[in-house]
Write a protein that binds this ligand. Structure first.
Ligand code: ADP
Ligand code: ZN
Length: 434
């Protein structure tokens, strides 16, 4: 199947805005069937048809994760429960999970968006697509599954973990494309090596779709090199369905965010005012196609910016820069604000550094210390960590230049840091553990 919805994907800005205003008013009409929005809209005097042009979206109130939790589980539901066919819930990385409900038409629209996204990244119905990711409440499993099938690929619903089996599936069925969390792919590569296999030589892989957790450009390039593939960034969150929200095209220059399905704003997380176009802020999103549970001006807490310029692929929907993290990923040490991805960016540029690392912040003798454990890359490891003093000093120096705090670097053996089943845990702040 061809999933290039040219008319929609190349719509000019005025056309995008017209479509969005129309769909936003429809969404307000649907949303007022929920207990939550009904009450809120009455309080604020918001009615369908209130919005005349896209800038007026700022008249609408924000919705936060806390609002979802406070009205758990059915406060946002707009339809009779017999019309709901599935629920998904977020992985609860930052607290209690939140739940999202879908009608059959919601699921259909979502699958179309995922199919469109995969097509954008060059995947075709001739591909054999292995989905290496947990099936269940996590949206990466079923979310991709339905999109892969809609596009018409041969899908392999492999699930997460069990690297030996993943490799066997790849070899048995000639997998050409796969989706996985980036931190897992480093482990998978190690298993290839342990088996004396080289993914470049011993598989037919040509494309990876990687996402669900923050990662740097350097991390992506490493994955591409290890596996001999192109790796495309995939962004989504359960509150906006899951995968299929924003995706890189084959030019790999930012993530096209589907503006016929979502209104996208970027605001200052403190003042909540829109930031000037191109500046970093918090991503705020409004669903335009959802029936069971529309969300209006949802504060994602993800930090990013719109990228300037046109994309050579011809798609006109705005492109987002790589998500640098969530507002709550930031930690403060010695008065400096630090994001884990700043540290990853520095480490991944050092060839001897492995791809797995763990940041710990600890109060030692009344001093906050930034301790970074870094695995040494297998190819460089001689078996003696004591010989690597120069490398330790180099890393400490480079990290300090970036984050302005001198870290304590502890090099560790390849494969020795803990690996989580799902998204990687990059930071442990012991100051918060009583
Ligand atoms: P949870 O919020 O519990 O982690 P989700 O599975 O809904 O549950 O995760 C969505 C979040 O994952 C996003 O809000 C974002 O922080 C992160 N994320 C998803 N895809 C990417 C990506 N490509 N790059 C960076 N972060 C991502
Ligand atoms: Zn493009």
């Amino acid at each position: 199947m061809i999933f290039w919805e040219k008319d929609i994907e190349t719509l000019q800005r005025s056309g995008i805005h017209k479509l969005q205003v129309e769909k936003l008013n429809q969404t307000i009409t649907i949303a007022q069937n929920s207990l939550y929005y009904d009450k809120l809209f009455k309080q604020k005097g918001i009615k369908p048809g209130t919005i005349k042009n896209i800038e007026e979206i700022t008249k609408l109130p924000f919705t936060t994760k806390q609002d979802l939790r406070d009205h758990f589980p059915y406060g946002f539901l707009t339809v009779d429960r017999r019309d709901v066919v599935r629920l998904h819930s977020s992985s609860g990385t930052t607290g209690n999970p939140t739940v999202i409900f879908h009608t059959a038409s919601d699921l259909k629209n979502w699958a179309n968006l995922v199919a469109r996204s995969l097509f954008t990244a060059g995947i075709r119905d001739t591909d054999v697509f292995q989905n290496i990711c947990g099936y269940g409440l996590f949206t990466g499993g079923l979310g991709f599954q339905y999109g892969i099938e809609r596009l018409g690929c041969l899908s392999i619903p492999a699930g997460a973990g069990n690297s030996l089996r993943q490799i066997k599936l790849m070899q048995d069925y000639g997998t050409t494309a796969a989706h996985a969390i980036p931190s897992y792919l480093n482990r998978l590569y190690d298993v290839f090596k342990e088996l004396n296999l080289d993914p470049k030589r011993d598989t037919q892989l040509h494309t990876f779709v990687i996402g669900a957790e923050p990662h740097t450009e350097e991390q992506r390039r490493r994955i591409e090199e290890m596996f001999g593939v192109k790796a495309y960034n995939s962004f989504g969150l359960s509150e906006m369905n899951g995968p299929g929200v924003a995706f890189e095209c084959t030019f790999q220059n930012g993530l096209h965010i589907w503006e016929d399905a979502f209104i996208v704003e970027i605001v200052d997380p403190e003042t909540l005012e829109p930031v000037p176009h191109g500046e970093v802020g918090e991503l705020v999103m409004t669903t335009l196609d959802r029936i069971a549970m529309p969300l209006i001006r949802y504060r994602t807490r993800d930090l990013t910016r719109f990228l300037p310029g046109d994309c050579p692929c011809g798609r006109t929907h705005y492109r987002l820069d790589r998500i640098t993290g969530r507002t709550d990923d930031m930690f403060i040490v010695k008065g400096c604000n630090i994001f884990p991805m700043q540290i990853e960016g520095v480490l991944m540029k050092i060839p001897e550094a492995g791809s797995n690392y763990l940041i710990t912040i600890e109060n030692i003798n009344d001093n906050d210390e930034l301790i970074i454990q870094v695995e040494v890359k297998r190819e460089w490891f001689s078996g003696d960590l004591a010989k690597l003093d120069n490398l330790t000093r180099l890393m400490a120096h480079k990290v300090r230049d970036e984050v302005l705090v001198k870290p304590i670097i502890k090099l560790v053996e390849p494969g020795s840091l803990p690996q989580s089943e799902g998204k990687a845990v990059r930071v442990i702040d012991k100051r918060k553990i009583l």
